[in-house]
Design a protein around this ligand. Structure first.
Ligand SMILES: [Zn+2]
Length: 282
């Protein structure tokens, strides 16, 4: 996933020829309805904006498209042909590049909304014009958009010569599906420490061969998911019952319901399936 996107905090001085506006009402994005798909509005001129931020430009083949994030009042009604829609509902309707930009946009709007005042001395913050930050004019405290790193890990194990992977069901999830394990990084912890700790806490297993897989921003509300693969080393599954309802070893032939295609969790599982099938064919 490579975005042809150049982030910046400095908007063009003149109104650009091509623009996308990511306009939020709460956490819902304004989209132009176009049958099965959704598109982004090219201007914000019909709206009274509570706040706006320049995001940067998307380098499309034909032209640069300048991107803006904005927020409107809770009472704002969408114009004819448009709707405010939650980002998760747009997973299958908005093109991938625009969806991740929407995730960037919603986090910047949320950060602006929740950091109006200095958290040390309560003076109104000022937005810096050279980086994505705010600074308190009284005490100098600088505040950046918060990103919360979390690890997500697929644990593999050979059982009787057959490759298995560990999938768990979280008791708080509404939909019935299984996924790989995940958890937030604690202060002072390396990502690898976090992988070992989370897996031991949630299912009581020890790991070996922890390897980086890839990462994905997850704007619900501000995570960065850092994906790993690992191999089972020792231990028996012991569930952390407050969080994990079930955890089992699965083969590619008996996979349960899985997370959405958009998630790195699903990419981890899909990569396992591909590896096993490649081995079979070899
Ligand atoms: Zn201050």
């Amino acid at each position: 996933m490579k975005l042809p996107f150049i982030p910046s905090v400095t908007s063009p001085t003149e109104t650009p020829d091509a623009a996308f506006w990511f306009i939020f009402r709460g956490s819902d994005l304004l989209v132009v309805e176009n049958g099965e798909t959704a598109e982004l509005p090219a201007s914000s001129e019909d709206f009274t904006l509570l706040r706006q931020h320049y995001l940067g430009k998307l380098e499309e083949e034909t032209a640069d498209i300048h991107c803006y994030a904005a927020e409107v009042d809770r009472e704002t009604q969408p114009p004819a042909g448009m709707q405010f829609v939650g980002l998760r509902q747009l997973f299958t309707r908005l093109s991938n590049n625009y969806l991740w930009l929407a995730g960037r946009a919603v986090q910047i709007i949320d950060w602006d909304r929740t950091h109006q005042f200095c958290s040390r001395c309560a003076t109104p913050n000022e937005i810096l014009d050279y980086e994505r930050a705010k600074k308190c004019p009284n005490c100098g405290l600088t505040t950046y958009p918060r990103i919360s790193p979390a690890i997500i890990v697929r644990v593999d194990r050979m059982i009787d010569g057959v490759p298995h992977l560990l999938l768990a069901r979280n008791g708080r999830w509404q939909r019935d599906f299984y996924s790989v394990l995940a958890g937030f990084v604690e202060p002072g912890e390396t990502l690898e420490d976090c992988v070992h700790r989370e897996v031991f806490e949630e299912v009581g297993l020890h790991l070996k061969k922890v390897r980086y897989f890839g990462s994905q921003p997850w704007p619900f509300p501000n995570s960065l998911m850092v994906g790993f693969t690992a191999e089972y080393a020792s231990g028996d599954i012991v569930l952390e019952e407050e969080e994990i309802a079930d955890a089992k070893w699965f083969t590619v032939d008996n996979l349960p319901n899985l997370p959405t295609k958009m998630s790195i969790a699903r990419r981890l599982v899909d990569a396992f399936v591909e590896e096993v099938e490649r081995e079979r064919d070899a």
